[in-house]
Design a protein around this ligand. Sequence first.
Ligand code: AHG
Ligand code: MN
Ligand code: MN
Length: 345
Amino acid sequence: MTQVAETLESSTDKALDRDCTTLSRHVLQQLQSFGPEAQDLSALMNRIALAGKLIARRFTRAGLMEDVLGFTGEVNVQGESVKKMDVYANEVFISVFKQSGLVCRLASEEMEKPYYIPENCPIGRYTLLYDPIDGSSNTDINLSLGSIFSIRQQEGTDLDGEAKDLLNHGRKQLAAGYILYGPSTMLVYSIGKGVHFFTLDPSLGEFILTQENVKIPEHGAVYSVNEGNFWQWEESFREYIRYVHKTEGYTARYSGAMVSDIHRILVQGGVFLYPGTLQKPEGKLRLLYETAPLAYLIEQAGGLATTGTEDILDVVPKQLHQRTPLIIGSQQDVAKVESFMQKGQ
Ligand code: AHG
Ligand code: MN
Ligand code: MN
């Protein structure tokens, strides 16, 4: 074979190898197994990817279609106005897991009680927890949004429909991640073996591995918080904000979609904050399908996630839709915030 032919062959090999590192293959590689657990996780991730592709497709064409954008007029269990895309995305996840034989139960921000798929229950040993659209306020203005997901083993039979086994700490998660709907669609996930980035290749309709074992920088310039809440925060937290204002080297970024803000921080370092307020000490974000999955990811990337007093992954909720304050990101930056909050105790 001539040298030109050899070079051509190896560059084709590399491109093929790249294109074949799909999500389901990656899960199997990570677990170094073709056993039933590994096959389950691989299939679960594949279904989540399908949900991501369906939601991304609708976002891409939203402005061209009737009846996709705007509010439904309903208010969800959180007391928040529901958007049509929240409903669509919620149903997409249910639909992709019907007849999957994988998941017996789904719990989401948009549903007061878990959704059961009885036909899966004899075999489906997993629960999917999810925030179908994170950053809904960006829906109608064509800005970045996300979906957040978490997979837990179903424990017990849950015959009474109370899902008490879900009221457990975040270290019980088997997998967690998010889909980011930005200029490109990305899927970021961990099964407890590091954090990996996949990018949707629209020409293939597949998520392809683009970065493996991502590590969050130990420190970054960004602090990401809604400063409109300044006078509703405790004094110790206000002191931290005054500190970043006075100190050179900090810069603010806040998009209205936590998935986007945390993705920036995962790549470039810094800290995302949604603390409690004097009136709502528990903050806004929900533990089981917002803060715990993101905490799992960020810890896997070498960062930290805390309520200010407790690791997010140690928090045991008392109810399905429980909220927690959130301080998440680079080790040094989270520690700095904590040092201010501890002064206030
Ligand atoms: P959701 O769209 O699922 O309700 O979540 C929105 C969250 C989060 O994504 C975002 O960072 C934050 O709420 C924004 O809240 P504020 O408008 O209060 O800053
Ligand atoms: Mn959310
Ligand atoms: Mn949401």
